[in-house]
Write a protein that binds this ligand. Structure first.
Ligand SMILES: [Fe+2]
Length: 181
């Protein structure tokens, strides 16, 4: 008699899901994929809130350019957060979207700049994007073997984030391509 593990309802202790995941994926693999998705969900929620904070607090020359540049980034990153959360649920997990849990789980510092010039905010935002994109790329590498479907989502998000990062860096760049950091 053959067994059919792909239809098992068993939930392992390291995967507190609803008792299912994507067909063909082990519960163990799904548990790790969900961890990676939750970390990116935390990063994207943090990022779209930080982008609005900058939108509200930026002052000085080029105010309107930076102020208006940020809203499309907020909308896109909110969309990423929604996609990541729904992917967690799709895989049988429970996405956590509350602010206190985000702060408790995140491995990076709170954005520290209040009312400040466009250049000061853009330098700080450059560092934020470096951190977020680096973590996405680490996730892409780990997902190569684990789950190519989730990897595809990470690649799509990274392409957009790298474009937004260039928009930020273009304000900090001189004509030789050197960054003012
Ligand atoms: Fe606004």
């Amino acid at each position: 008699m053959t067994t059919t593990p792909s239809t098992s309802k068993t939930v392992t202790s390291d995967h507190p899901g609803k008792g299912y995941t994507a067909p063909g994926l082990s519960q163990e693999a799904a548990g790790r994929v969900i961890e990676l998705l939750q970390d990116r969900l935390n990063a994207c929620t943090d990022l779209h809130l930080t982008l609005k904070h900058i939108h509200w607090n930026v002052v000085g020359p080029h105010f309107i350019a930076v102020h208006e540049m940020l809203d499309p980034q907020v909308e896109a990153v909110r969309g990423f957060a929604d996609a990541l959360a729904e992917r967690i649920a799709t895989m049988g997990g429970s996405p956590c979207g509350t602010p206190g849990a985000l702060v408790a789980q995140r491995g990076w510092d709170e954005y520290a700049v209040g009312r400040a010039s466009t250049q000061e905010h853009l330098r700080a935002l450059d560092h934020v994007y470096v951190g977020v994109i680096t973590s996405y790329r680490e996730g892409i590498t780990e997902l190569e073997e684990l789950d190519p479907v989730t990897q595809d989502m990470f690649i799509e998000h990274t392409e957009q984030l790298e474009l937004f990062h260039w928009f930020v860096r273009a304000h900090l760049e001189d004509s030789s391509g050197r960054l003012d950091s």
